[in-house]
Design a protein around this ligand. Sequence first.
Ligand SMILES: Cc1ncc(COP(=O)(O)O)c(C=O)c1O
Length: 331
Amino acid sequence: MQVGPGDEVIVPPYTFVATINVVLLLHALPIFVDTDRATFQIDANKIEAAITERTRAIIPVHLGGNVADLDTILAVAKKHTLPVVEDACQSHLAEWRGKPAGSHGDTGCFSFQVTKNLSSGEGGALTTNREDLMGRAYSFHTNGRPWKGAGGFSYVHGGNNVRMTEFQGALLREQLTRLDAQSRVREENAAHLTQRLQAIPGLRPAEQYEGCTRNAYHLYMFRYDPQAFSGLSRDRFLEALRAEGVPCSSGYSPLNEQPFLKDALYSRGSLQVYGKERIDQYFEAALPENNALCGEGVWFTQPMFLGPRSDMDDIANAIEKIHENAQALVA
Ligand SMILES: Cc1ncc(COP(=O)(O)O)c(C=O)c1O
């Protein structure tokens, strides 16, 4: 797997910016495939149409602890002989057909950044069964020094120092002992909240694909329909929810519309590689489903799901209260 200037990598637009930054850092083009609003994941059925002779990899993100449609993604990757890099940064212990997210593709990437379900403040891990990738990744993270064989001051790849400290390792080992139990608590709480929210009109919790056998609930995500709340805008809904003591956010905004992307792709180097016409075309591509989702999504974060079940009732009661008083809140 080699990605460089002129290459394309398929990514979802509903993700944290790091997913595409890695592509831009290699001077390749992140090609966005629209979102499946029902699940908040990449619409796997639209990936094949985005593949060109320049495509070098597919990066599905298992967003929010949920799992992208791996059956479809792996099949299309196999058909086109493309590697799959699973961005499992938000989905520690999530599963697809009983097998952990991050273990299905050529590599899986995990984040231990401070908001994650498993955290050492900062840090991360890469998983792979491929010896060649393991060696390259090891070298890259330690200034290009070889994984096996010659030690000393020999360098086999370009690299950097992105080594984790032992202190962080110790934190992670301790947290690993309780990750599974914590994950179960999140699952049980999320199931209870879903049951409560289903009784309130205008709220659609993120669905899971049939193959997702475990959701890590890094985020609890749902879609909000103002029509069912007397026209109360999402922003006002979020404000009211915060006033009730429930932390919440509107989630991602359209990644393809971020000004930095234009800066990067209209930069001198990028125009030399791709030409202006191609970059103009790039920015013409529409992502209607993702835009709609960015306007209707609501998120709760994982620590909220580690408390007692009564916390879920408090959240649902707060939303019910807003629903009942929506007309007054609009006025
Ligand atoms: C989906 C996703 N991908 C990648 C990353 C990057 O991880 P890190 O911050 O550990 O570099 C994050 C989180 O930060 C993320 O949420």
